[in-house]
Design a protein around this ligand. Structure first.
Ligand SMILES: Cc1cc2nc3c(=O)[nH]c(=O)nc-3n(C[C@H](O)[C@H](O)[C@H](O)COP(=O)(O)OP(=O)(O)OC[C@H]3O[C@@H](n4cnc5c(N)ncnc54)[C@H](O)[C@@H]3O)c2cc1C
Length: 464
């Protein structure tokens, strides 16, 4: 006797989108979620009159991210354009902050600009020519060769980073922004595969024509909240505080256990959690070695996201867009800042990513608030030191995510197991943004992977 036809593990966007697809096909689904809320890496909290995002926030145009755009529309959510008019700031350690109103920071000099542009172009071309978004078979050994190197090794060679302070700072900020880690930690193969999935590198880091064009009015967690409502109304079950700890596959079904006290039986199981979280789940029989290796070698980046609310948008009034890219250090840990004004709520969003985030994760919330205010005051003047409210989330401290934004592979760990990224293991299927073919690491990828996994699973039920 089964508790459900399918158990979905994880009630983030991916798990819930997958559950809804299956329920719509008449398949009975139960979603097991370790925490006490839906949304996973999206988390929207009240600030003044608004709900704002301490997790995933931005989405791109329909051309670049069709799945999330369609879902947001279907769920009746509204988009809000990301503000970008006004002067932007580039803050490098070896000079005064540069202000610029063009698309590129011309003040860093032609050589540095060309090196950055060449890096963006070279990486995108390499990804398109050599990798593709599908997990290709490494027949020629090319993927294995890419996987031998760290991203830092290759970028050092192509951009001559050691001789170019500004280029190195911008490339470091780009890697920290996209992966939440340092270039030396990241396999060059993983980096290229990620770019291939996104359709290019430049779009990952830009507002205009990039992945940061829109936010969801009222917060991105609403996507999961509305999906959960639909899952329930279609007859699906959603169980909170159910951390899956072991999975036993038998000839005619699967037992999914949450600690000693609860277990559920189903015919098939879809995992929609960050792969790092599956490293601690006991599978019997053991998973194929390639799949198991993906769970043990993956690591997840580190992001602390912080939001300050002010009485007025003084930066806009002084001609600034609110966007800053900085060469973060342990003393000045914020590497990126954006305007986030919605209605009467005037906010600046700050990011600590990668190595500075790991350092500041060990400090207190008040220490982080103080150091961020110092940087904001440097960029936007004394008014920045008087916020009305401060909220933050340190994702490394999140028990069920363990970091953010996405699972990453160190050199020499991905190529031998790439084909296992999405391949089902008997009755077990893989969703979640890390299993996406498009926009891996983003909400878009979470939905794309959910739909692919739902198709895979429902194919088995139609044959019954
Ligand atoms: C600070 C930050 C900024 C980001 N910015 C953006 C952005 O601007 N745009 C964008 O598109 N994306 C962004 N992302 C990434 C985006 O949020 C994720 O790609 C997306 O939400 C992933 O969805 P998911 O359903 O695949 O996984 P998750 O949201 O991680 O959901 C997985 C769920 O599984 C649960 N779980 C884990 N282990 C277990 C277990 N053993 N048993 C049961 N349940 C378990 C977790 O609690 C969680 O609820 C950002 C993320 C962060 C944190």
């Amino acid at each position: 006797m089964c508790d459900a036809d399918v158990i979905v593990v994880g009630a983030g966007i991916s798990g819930l989108a997958c559950a809804r697809e299956l329920l719509r096909k008449g398949i009975h689904v139960c979603v097991l979620e370790a925490s006490d809320r839906v949304g996973g890496r999206t988390y929207s909290v009240e600030m003044s009159s608004q709900r704002i995002d301490l997790g995933g926030q931005w989405i791109a145009s329909k051309a670049q991210q069709p799945f999330v755009q369609a879902l947001v529309k279907e769920l009746g959510l509204q988009l809000h354009p990301q503000h970008y008019n006004g002067k932007r700031i580039l803050d490098l350690q070896d000079r005064q902050p540069l202000e610029y109103s063009t698309d590129i920071p011309t003040g860093i000099g032609l050589r540095a600009l060309l090196a950055v542009q060449f890096t963006l172009w070279y990486c995108t071309l390499q990804a398109r020519l050599n990798i593709g978004s599908a997990a290709a078979k490494d027949t020629s050994g090319k993927l294995g060769r890419f996987d031998q190197h760290s991203t830092a090794d290759v970028l050092e060679k192509i951009a001559g980073l050691s001789g170019q302070v500004a280029t190195k700072a911008l490339v470091t900020a780009m890697i920290r922004g996209v992966f939440g880690c340092e270039a030396k930690e990241l396999s060059w193969l993983h980096f290229l595969h990620y770019i291939a999935c996104a359709g290019g590198l430049e779009r990952l880091v830009t507002i205009k024509k990039g992945f940061q064009e829109h936010t969801v009015l009222g917060g991105a967690q609403q996507i999961s909240e509305r999906l959960a409502k639909e899952v329930r109304s279609l007859g699906g079950k959603l169980e909170f505080n159910c951390k899956v700890t072991s999975v036993t596959t038998e000839a005619d079904g699967v037992w999914v256990a949450c600690g000693e006290s609860k277990s559920f039986r189903c015919l098939r199981c879809v995992f929609a959690t960050p792969p790092k979280q599956l490293g601690n789940v006991k599978f019997a029989p053991a998973l194929p070695s390639s799949r198991a290796a993906l769970h043990t070698s993956v690591f997840i980046g580190c992001i602390i996201k912080a939001v300050f609310r002010y009485g007025r948008p003084f930066w806009r009034l002084n001609g600034f867009s609110g966007e800053v890219v900085a060469e973060a250090t342990d003393d000045e840990p914020c590497f990126n800042c954006y305007d986030h004004c919605v209605g009467d709520c005037h906010m600046l969003v700050c990011f600590l990513n990668g190595s500075p985030a790991r350092t500041w994760s060990l400090r207190t919330q008040d220490e982080r608030r103080q150091v961020l205010l110092k940087q904001l005051t440097k960029w936007f003047g004394p008014e920045a030191s008087h916020p009305l409210e401060y909220l933050e989330k340190d994702w490394a401290a999140d028990e069920f995510t363990g970091g953010c934004p996405v699972g990453c592979y160190p050199p020499k760990t991905l190529a031998p197991h790439m084909q296992a990224l999405r391949k089902p293991c008997g009755r077990l299927h893989w969703a979640g943004t890390e299993a996406a073919e498009a926009c891996q690491g983003f909400m878009e990828g979470a939905i794309q992977a959910a739909q692919r996994a739902a198709r895979e699973v429902s194919g088995h039920f139609s044959r019954l």
